[in-house]
Design a protein around this ligand. Structure first.
Ligand code: IVH
Length: 702
């Protein structure tokens, strides 16, 4: 038996050397496996590892589960497992005017008295346009990073966060480091990086990000951390969650501590005593918002005193001690180069403005919808005009109107198309007097069909991940679909007729295999999702569940009269008429027939009680990816059968399901000797419960 000791029994020198070795080895493993850029020679790595193992043999307490000696070496998992935040991550209430800020302040004064609020002081900060992240440091080491998610549960993005240069892997400094601290902040792309990333995406023929927030989220949620690393994300802390072992009286004090630990905080924050000083701050950054390295959409005001914060408390979504003042939408001018028309999913043909690209409210805009010919007329814009552009609600770009003084006589009037830009069919209004024109070739107008395919593949419908823009184009240009009715009949033989789904030697590519698998999974989606997928006018994710609950399956819905439909709560006459009209069109009704014949269920899935409760009381962790399952589907399948889907392995875990590219949870399962199953074993477990997998489980590395 080896010597028995605890970390406290290790000498200070041993502990220090152990920490040092841990950091070097972790970093080296990371660089080697994830970044493909080793920084130390293999021999040196081995020598340091031997030293670490020897130390741990002398002082067994130093051998914690996260020690490099306990890691198997593969890259950490980047499959975004759900993580429950130690403390809930709240949002912020918004104020769109100074009056609203004043009301917020008055309320705090009413509750606690002017003296307490003045004594508290206010911290003014910039509202960074990025993505909220929760960093958990245990004994000073970054243990976990997660997105905000719904505030309670986010996604594990530790692997990717480790590539963000400014986020320390280990907290530094001379002062005490808490045993656990949750540091909140915003991950962002600087304006400069945002422009660079977008230019690069466009060069590669990919769609650019719409705004810095999307670009930060998109860069962080990459399956391959190397992509995240290439994006040069920035980070700025804006709060603290759970903290153990340190008392904090003021938020500003927390920021000072964070700075001391090497965590980036904003240099733009300012502690003030009065609302007058708040207005100065707001005015200053209203004028200079573009001289800050990141995009900002407002200013956040926080009462600094922690006791004042505690007394004011929170609502269910936001603290009462803070408020976000939002700047009004920005307006810019640009040149209107052309007005073109596009045909959408429902056949509506809309003119849109093509402009010289311009940065407005944080994103580069080159297009904006003009809704219909009447709207172009009403705005009075001519092709060639200099126009004023703004972001409605800071999201959707909108042409406000022309700068008529800048006209030079070369501008020309827009003439609405008479024929569909996609299929050439003559356009007409649906009903006399409608402002919108439509392409009546709804079944196979390529643009309409393409948009319907996107829509049915979207998350709110059948969630067919592999049916993206390029896959949809490939299916259409290879002539594999007359309409979406043919989708579920696609076979491998069909797909190899399109280059996109073929390998160099003519076999089905990974894209093709994935599409077939995704289509198979989609067949059993809930009935409501199918209703959304059918592109019935007015039937979106809001009402689809009502229709699904009222009729239960597609045949009952098809048989329903307008009156029966309108009798359902939440369904009005227009929607009822749209449903009946949809089924009355033979090619549309045939979509349903073909999907049913191909095995789509199109009926409400059995409710939870109807699944055999094969996993009752079991706690299950899945690590890595299982072919054919998304994270959500795995969780649903486990929960529906009475089990608990957990994100971390502990002694209480009953089964660990090990998929492809399993990460550190696998190591933990080995270390804790929890029973492990592969994908096939998991299928048996779902179907027949724990006894049926007794001869399939693996324990430890044997
Ligand atoms: S404090 C409990 N400070 O804005 C307070 N949030 O609209 C929660 N944000 O989810 C956040 N800059 O992602 C805070 N200086 C700042 C911020 C900031 C950006 C984001 C954050 C939050 C969202 C709410």
């Amino acid at each position: 038996m080896g010597p028995v000791s605890t970390p406290e029994e290790a000498t200070p020198q041993a502990r220090e050397r152990h920490a040092e070795l841990t950091q070097i080895l972790d970093e080296a493993r990371w660089r080697y496996h994830v970044m493909d850029a080793p920084t130390i020679a293999d021999a040196e790595f081995d020598r340091l590892m031997v030293e670490l193992v020897e130390l741990e043999e002398r002082y067994a307490g130093l051998r914690t589960p996260d020690s490099p000696s306990q890691q198997v070496g593969g890259p950490p998992s980047a499959t975004f497992a759900p993580v429950t935040h130690p403390a809930r991550m709240l949002s912020l209430d918004n104020a769109f005017s100074r009056e609203e800020v004043q009301r917020w302040w008055d309320r705090a004064v009413r509750e606690l008295g002017a003296e307490a609020i003045t004594r508290s002081q206010l911290l003014c900060e910039l509202k960074v346009d990025g993505l909220a992240i929760d960093l958990v440091y245990e004994d000073g080491r970054l243990a976990r990073a997660a997105t905000r998610g719904d505030g309670t549960t986010g996604e594990d993005v530790t692997a990717n966060i480790r590539t963000v240069r400014s986020i320390p892997h280990t907290l530094t400094g001379d002062g005490p480091i808490p045993s656990v601290v949750e540091i909140r902040g915003e991950v962002f792309l600087s304006v400069e990086e945002f422009t660079k990333v977008n230019e690069h995406l466009v060069e590669q023929g990919k769609a650019p990000f719409a705004n810095p927030r999307n670009s930060a989220a998109g860069s962080l949620r990459q399956k391959d951390p190397r992509v995240t690393a290439s994006r040069n994300l920035g980070f700025v802390a804006h709060g603290i969650g759970v903290v153990e072992g340190i008392e904090l009286d003021r938020l500003s004090q927390a920021y000072d501590l964070l700075e001391g630990w090497g965590v980036p905080t904003s240099p733009h924050r300012r502690l003030v005593d009065s609302l007058d000083q708040v207005w100065d701050y707001i005015d200053h950054f209203g004028e200079h918002r573009h001289s800050v390295e990141h995009e900002l959409d407002g200013v956040v005001l926080k009462l600094d005193s922690r006791s004042v914060q505690d007394q004011l408390g929170t609502t269910s979504r936001a603290p009462r001690w803070a408020i976000a003042y939002k700047y009004p939408p920005e307006e810019v001018t640009t040149k209107l180069l052309d007005i073109r028309v596009a045909v959408g999913r429902t056949g509506r043909v809309t003119p849109y403005a093509v402009m010289e690209p311009v940065l407005v409210a944080g994103s580069t805009v080159a297009r904006a919808t003009l809704h219909n010919a009447g709207e172009v007329e009403r705005k009075g814009v001519l092709i060639g005009d200099t126009v004023v552009l703004r972001k409605a609600g800071d999201v959707i770009p909108e042409v406000v109107g022309p700068v008529a003084e800048l006209r030079d006589g070369t501008e020309r009037r827009f003439v609405m198309a008479t024929h569909c830009p996609s299929c050439g069919t003559e356009l007409r209004p649906e009903k006399e007097g409608d402002a919108d024109l439509r392409c009546p070739n709804q079944r196979s107008c390529p643009d309409q069909l393409r948009d319907r395919l996107f829509h049915l593949a979207s998350r709110q419908a059948l969630d067919i991940e592999s049916l993206g823009e390029r896959a949809a184009d490939a299916l259409l240009s290879a002539g594999l679909l007359v309409d979406e009715g043919d989708l579920f009949d696609l076979t491998a033989e069909d797909l190899v007729r399109a280059e996109f789904f073929t390998t160099k030697d003519g076999n089905l590519s990974a894209n093709g295999t994935k599409l077939l698998a995704n289509l198979e999974q989609a067949k059993t989606r809930p009935f409501a999702k199918f209703l959304v997928a059918l592109s019935i006018r007015h039937v979106g994710k809001g009402v689809a569940p009502d229709l699904a609950a009222a009729f239960g399956n597609i045949e009952a819905l098809r048989a329903a009269s307008e009156e029966e439909l309108a009798a359902v709560d939440g369904i009005g006459a227009t929607l009822a008429a749209a449903v009946v009209e949809w089924f009355a069109e033979p090619w549309r009704a045939a979509i349903v027939d073909k999907w049913l014949a191909a095995g789509c269920v199109m009926a409400d899935a059995p409710s939870e009680e109807q699944w055999p409760q094969t996993l009752a009381g079991l706690s299950i962790v899945v690590t890595g990816s299982l072919p054919g399952w998304t994270r959500d589907q795995l969780t649903e399948a486990i929960v529906a059968r009475g089990g608990k889907s957990s994100s971390s392995v502990s002694k209480k875990t009953d089964f660990v399901v090990v998929g492809e590219s399993a990460g550190s949870k696998y190591d933990k399962a080995v270390a804790l000797r929890r029973p492990m199953l592969d994908a096939d074993g998991f299928a048996v477990l779902l179907e027949d419960g724990p006894d049926a997998v007794a001869d399939r489980v693996r324990v430890g590395e044997d």
